[in-house]
Design a protein around this ligand. Sequence first.
Ligand code: IMP
Ligand code: MG
Length: 178
Amino acid sequence: MMQDIKAVFYSEQQLQDKITEIGRQISEDYKDKNLMLVSVLKGSVVFMADLMRAITIPCEIDFMAVSSYGNKTDSSGTVRIIKDLDRDIAGYDLLIVEDILDSGMTLSYIKEILLARKPRSIRVCTLLDKPERRKSDIYADYSGFEVPNEFVVGYGLDFAQKYRNLPFIGVLKEEVYQ
Ligand code: IMP
Ligand code: MG
């Protein structure tokens, strides 16, 4: 797998340091709230697993899955719920945990669906943000790193479903995409 990597963007240590910082902030902001972390599968599972352990207040977790990308590196614009949340979210302070905020299409759709279920609040925490690519009017309340307009993999993020198990975030060599 390593021979496909052109460059490492964020090392394991850089990721852990950032997540510790975000976890501390969330623990402070939500100390009197009813926190539920909602992870959007599959990309955000690695981030979710580390982030929840960096949060020091009681919280619940749930998962949902949507599809917006095939094996391409660009948004298709259509979003479909593949797995819905198990729990009723009314009365919870929801924090949507995302791997990357790119065009923002996926997240605006998810946010709209969840808002209709009357949670007490909804905010967004993303590990990576690509603001250059934004097509919808959405932003992250918590964000780890701003990345340039390049396709990144690792730490949960895939290219054609592979590379999610890399412990760092990096970019692939051009020939891998061919
Ligand atoms: P959006 O709807 O364009 O914001 O797409 C968000 C989703 O696209 C993310 O949750 C990722 O699954 C995927 N995605 C966007 N950019 C990248 C990338 O650079 N690498 C891997 N997946 C990406
Ligand atoms: Mg995702």
